[in-house]
Every structure is written in C-alpha cells, then in structure tokens.
Design a protein around this ligand. Structure first.
Ligand SMILES: [Zn+2]
Length: 368
C-alpha cells in the first residue's frame, strides 16, 4: 500500500530529529546509548482538515478518511487560528495553532524578582508581591511524607516517590499558573514590559559541599525558577507583552544595591526579627524590603536596556516614536530621576496570596 505523503514527511521529520539530537549529544560528549523504541506518536502538518461544523478528518489512505467530531471547547479555541499541525498518540490528539499577536506598546517596565518566598513585580510607582510560600511548603511536606516511609524496598519506595512528587508538582504548578497569570494580566493592563532575571546556575549556589545544611539546600532548591520563567515567557508571548531577558552582568548586584541611590545595602544584625528580609541603606537611611528593592532594580535595568535597544525611531513611525520618546523621558528624568534619595520606601506595596487567588483566576479563564 502506498503511504500518504503527509505521513512520509512526518516520519522523515522524526528520523531527522533523532539523528540531530544524537549528533548534539556527541558534540557535547554524552555517551550514545543503545537506540530505544520511540514512543508511538505521529505529527502531520498536512492532509488533515476540520470542517465548518467541527468535524476532523484524518487521512488513512488515498481518498479514505477517518473522521471524528471535536467538542465545543476545541472548536471555540481553534476559531480564527491558523492550524499548524496535528499530533496523534495512542491516547491523545493535539493541535498546534498559531495566531498573530500585536505587540502592546510599552509604557513602563516591570521588574520580576523570583525568590523563595514570593514573586515580586512592579516599577517605582507600584510593587505587587505574590506570596509563594505555599510552593516550598508543599515540597517540604512531600519530602517529609516520603521520609516517613519505612519499608525497605527500593521499587516500592520509587513508585511512591513518583506518585507523591507528581502530586506535589501538580499543586505547585497551579500556584505558579495563578501567580504568573496575575503578573501577565497586570502587564497587559498597564502596558508594561517584563524584565526577567537570568537565574541559570542558581542551583550551583546550593550544592552539596557548599557548607550549607541539607534542609536549607532543599528549601532553596525546591523553588521552580525555570518553570516560573517559562510560564511568564509563553503567557507574555500570547498576550503581546514584551519580555526583556536580563543577562547576568546586567542584573549583577540587583539584590544588594539600593534601587534609589546605588549604595551597597547592609544585612540586618543577627537576631533582628523586626527587620527580617529587610536591608539597610546607609546613604538613604531607610530600611527597605529586599524583594521590593530587587524588583525595582530589575525594573530600572530593564528600562535602561529597553531604551538602549529601541533608540528614538525618528519621525517615520508616529506611534512608535511617541512610545519610545515617552520612555526615554521616563528613563532620563522620570523613573530613575524620581527614585532619588530617601524615596526608596515611598513605593506602594500590595501583597496578594497566590494560593487564595487560584479559584478566582481559574474562573476568569473559563469565562474568556
Ligand atoms: Zn539608598
């Protein structure tokens, strides 16, 4: 039987991907393992179509189709989108679609500070902290549950570990979705770009042999930085929010220098409970919250980067140049200028709890 061309293309594509990843592994020095059977899956980019009434037709052979009815949710989601590909696995069917997103005009830059306790974002006019302490708590509980099992059987323990960690990751994923939705929605509303820190290699700071306690390392390593960043990036892409990825050299010292004057900040004395997670600026003579300060620094540096990479485009594009001039002004005299001596604590700080917002956020998503 003649194989349809769309399936030929799909299998060639897949084979190329396998060879490519193998080559990549070789250049990186990864030892080539024995080839394993690939998971049954096929991804076709042509040959299939969806009718007006939402019936999907998948080709079997020439002029012979398999068809099935898509549900209302899928039909509504695919409305007005360009279909890219269809992936079929033994138990799932997924579409890949694309959509033109108009990039929103940037009026301000929000720095996003990810840390163990919360996600903080904002600029010099407003800072919002999303409480994420629950994430670490979920992970710690899971660790305790697994530690409490006494059965001396590696296979059973492995199975239980998989089960409980899957559950933990589902729960933290929910929290992260809620928090990142808040951030991206705020950015859309306020016309803000998001300045995100590069946190690769952060795990190297808390590795075995660094002289830290096991519990401490676990706590700091359990925060899913990469996942949060990934969520922010793809959600921003869908909603036309500009993301400014800051490099390590750009964010150097962002958590230890004063966002108002640039002075090196001092940690509170040991046992100073009143100023936990606060830092003292000797020049401004104020205590400032370390996460808020970090977010403000990132916002400022993101703005500097945005302004330098979008120089005044002149008179050609009216709207664009307006946007960039207003930004340049903000960069030169507005934001950076406003954040003068003693102004560090005047920023309005809002605090929200991600775990309490999940229900509201998910309902809002259902409606849209
Ligand atoms: Zn200062």
């Amino acid at each position: 039987m003649e194989l349809l061309s769309c399936y030929k293309v799909a299998s060639i594509n897949r084979a190329c991907a396998v060879v490519q990843s193998r080559k990549k592994g070789e250049t990186r020095g990864v030892k080539v393992r024995h080839p394993k059977p690939l998971r049954p899956m096929i991804c076709i980019i042509s040959g299939f179509f969806v009718t007006m009434k939402g019936r999907l037709f998948v080709p079997l052979r020439r002029d012979k189709y398999f068809d099935l009815q898509l549900n209302h949710h899928v039909i509504r989601t695919l409305e007005g989108k360009r279909m890219r590909s269809l992936t079929i696995t033994p138990d799932s069917l997924s579409f890949c679609y694309s959509q033109d997103i108009e990039e929103a005009r940037v009026r301000t830059v929000y720095g996003v500070d990810r840390n163990e306790k919360n996600l903080t974002f904002g600029d010099s006019s407003k800072v919002v902290q999303v409480d994420m302490a629950e994430v670490v708590k979920v992970k710690q509980t899971t660790r305790e549950i697994l530690g409490s099992f006494r059965r001396n059987d590696v296979r059973v323990r492995g199975r239980l570990a998989r089960k409980y960690w899957k559950r933990a990751n589902n729960r933290t994923g929910q929290l992260l979705h809620a928090a990142t939705n808040i951030i991206v929605d705020a950015a859309v509303r306020d016309g803000a770009a998001l300045a995100i820190e590069d946190l690769t290699d952060i795990r190297k700071m808390y590795r075995k042999g660094n002289g830290q306690g096991e519990d401490y390392r676990f706590r700091l390593n359990s925060w899913p930085h990469r996942k949060a960043k990934h969520m922010l990036e793809y959600k921003s892409a869908w909603k036309g929010v500009t993301v400014i990825p800051l490099t390590k050299s750009e964010t150097y010292g962002s958590s230890s220098t004063c966002s108002a004057c640039g002075e090196k900040l001092h940690n509170p004395a040991k046992g100073d409970v009143a100023h936990a997670r606060m830092l003292w600026c000797p020049r401004c003579k104020v205590w400032m919250h370390r996460d808020v300060n970090g977010a403000l620094n990132l916002s400022e540096r993101g703005l500097a980067r945005f302004v330098s990479s979008h120089p005044q485009s002149g008179e050609k594009e009216e709207s664009r140049s307006q946007a960039s001039t207003s930004l340049v002004q903000a960069g030169e005299e507005g934001l950076a200028g406003e954040a003068m001596r003693g102004n560090g604590t005047k920023t309005l700080i809002l605090r929200v709890d991600a775990s309490k917002l999940i229900r509201r956020v998910s309902r809002r998503i259902d409606r849209t």
